[in-house]
Design a protein around this ligand. Structure first.
Ligand code: ATP
Ligand code: ZN
Length: 300
């Protein structure tokens, strides 16, 4: 077995919104892990890759300090760490290598429903409660707004009611938490999703080769999530139109159909979801025997 220095360590959220998705994604890349009792460390059984299960806020720091080689964490947390480290004069040493298309949310300014709000200028000379002081201050200074960021570690949405701030800056996905607290969303600072980050420190050839392999598999996993394999029969005369209708397809395979001179079979990978409407349009264009299959793995 490889010495631990040769094994890749990936920081993953221990328990929260990103945990299941992160581990599921790595398992789809072929990794099998043993969960230890304390759940701080998951040992990779079939690859030299181990997971470190930690609070999401610690992930950018662990990657920046080379304790972990990779990390899976929300862009909101990554950007906050970047701005906070810059403000400290110690720029973070990680790079973002992939967007993972889960954990979607946005960092927004919100205020009491009855607040008169025209545009960002309305924030001048106010207090804004947030856990994202770095991101908020960057946004305010970029837009020339003079407002005070008031740090709250949690339960930011009660700050206006407590008289501690006029506005808040917090994560929103559906907006139901804001609504339940009598707040409305006013402006968006950042659209966020889970991303994978890598340390900027060179990893050495073997480790980098393994990281590249994982990233290539991740790319495949993300691509097939929406992809479908579609098969149909079509009159030769309708091929051009049918090709146009196939979503996200480069070059379909066209096969001869036994016993038919005017019809062919068309097989294609569609890199977007195939909806009923698309099938109906294909049928209207002359296609028949339509079949749509999920794609499990893909390697370009
Ligand atoms: P930890 O104990 O690891 O510090 P946490 O409470 O900070 O956990 P979670 O609430 O599990 O974090 O959220 C983790 C990430 O999920 C967020 O940083 C964000 O990127 C993403 N996310 C997606 N939707 C939401 C949402 N509605 N509210 C908060 N975070 C969301
Ligand atoms: Zn957190």
């Amino acid at each position: 077995m490889e010495p631990s220095a040769q094994r890749i360590k990936i920081a993953v959220q221990k328990s929260g919104r990103l945990t299941d998705h992160s581990i599921d994604l790595l398992e789809r890349c072929g990794l099998k892990v043993t969960k230890s009792k304390d759940q701080l460390f998951c040992f990779g059984e079939n690859m030299p890759i181990d997971l470190l299960l930690v609070r999401d806020d610690d992930i950018p720091g662990l990657v920046s300090d080379d304790v972990c080689d990779l990390g899976i964490v929300g862009l909101n947390v990554v950007e906050e760490k970047r701005f906070a480290s810059e403000a400290d004069g110690r720029p973070a040493r990680f790079k973002q290598v992939f967007e993972l298309d889960f954990g979607h949310c946005r960092l927004s300014i919100a205020g009491p429903e009855e607040t008169a709000y025209d545009d960002l200028e309305s924030l001048n000379n106010t207090r804004i409660a947030t856990s994202y002081v770095g991101l908020l201050n960057n946004f305010l200074s970029k837009n020339g707004i003079d407002a005070e960021a008031v740090y709250f570690s949690g339960a930011v949405e009660i700050a206006p009611r407590l008289g501690r701030a006029e506005y808040i800056c917090d994560l929103v996905s559906t907006g139901s938490t804001l609504k339940a607290n009598g707040l409305r969303e006013l402006d968006v600072l950042l659209e966020s999703e889970a991303v994978i980050i890598q340390t900027e420190k060179p990893l050495g050839a073997d480790k980098q080769a393994l990281v590249d392999k994982i990233l290539q598999r991740l790319d495949g996993v993300l691509q097939v999530r929406e992809s479908k394999y579609i098969m149909l029969h079509a009159p030769k005369s309708a091929l051009a139109e049918i090709h146009e209708l196939l979503p996200g397809t480069e070059a379909p395979t066209v096969l001869r159909l036994d016993g038919s001179d005017d019809k062919v079979a068309v097989h294609a990978v569609c890199r977007e979801n195939v909806f009923w409407e698309t099938l109906e349009n294909l049928k209207a264009a002359g296609a028949s025997s339509l079949l749509v299959l999920p794609v499990e793995k893909m390697l370009d």
